[in-house]
Design a protein around this ligand. Sequence first.
Ligand code: GDP
Length: 319
Amino acid sequence: MITVLTGGTGGAKFVDGLRQVVAQEELTIIVNTGDDLLWWGLYVSPDVDSITYVLAGLLSKERGWGVKGDTFQCLQAMGQLGQPIWFHTGDRDLAVHLVRSQLLAHGMTLSQATAEIASKLGVAARILPMSDSRVETRVMTPTAGELSFEEYFVQRWFQDPVESVRFAGAADAEPAPGAVEAIQQAKLVLIAPSNPVTSIGPILAIPGVRKALLESKARVAAVSPIIAGAAVSGPAGILMSAQGLPVSIAGVARAYADFLDVLIVDNRDARNAEELRKSGLRVHCTHTVMRSSLDKMTLAKAVLDCVSAQDSSARSATE
Ligand code: GDP
């Protein structure tokens, strides 16, 4: 079994690659829910949706979120009715938010509702929201005060300087049922090339998750979302700086230092990788920019090959 920790955009691309090289039944995906929001009275879980859609073959690859070929008539109608429309929900996407909200209202937990929707959409992998409790990523800015992640990222286009980030509710939250076991019992744990602060950070902030990663016998490998000193997309660089992390592969390594066995970085970071290896961390260089389906599959395969090569060299060293 392979367990993956992930956010939405970069994580969905990586999971798209994994599903091409591993049977979905082999995969457990633990997903960030710090970005979840109530939108038009509905419970929306953007990263869970992206991962569900990608595994169902429904994700819009052009946008990187939402359902491919979706229409936006409800959004338009809501605008005419004077409702906020900064968070773009397509019509088919909306159906998922309606169903999830209904399932939650009938007493299901978020993990039960997630499993129900995934199964209806034909997903065979196990998708686990990081927690069934509400944990909210809050971004403190000097310009607009404290914002939810989606207000900061989608409504305000991550233009505000950032003072700090916190995960409200994390200290009292529990990992979703099965999440700790999925880390403990995996043969491999992968950290997707997701934002280390606001996608992987909230998962690690749930009590018990870091400990499970530390104690797991599985190798833990991460793919860096930072290439040559910058994020491929989005505010990871700004947020890493705000958290006192260098915006580099060394910063990613530092965010995961206590449990990371292998860091996979882009070929463009070959020289920085050499430097980072001096700290004792295994660092593997490959092509990590995922534009095409082939890029995604090649990266997933390279990650699995690199980890299994290290496993066999570790085995022969002990023989
Ligand atoms: P979010 O919840 O939508 O922010 O999703 P993620 O955290 O999963 O994705 C955002 C991160 O993915 C950013 O930090 C990007 O730098 C990273 N990312 C996006 N595309 C790629 C890619 O093709 N390769 C790598 N290595 N990282 C990527």
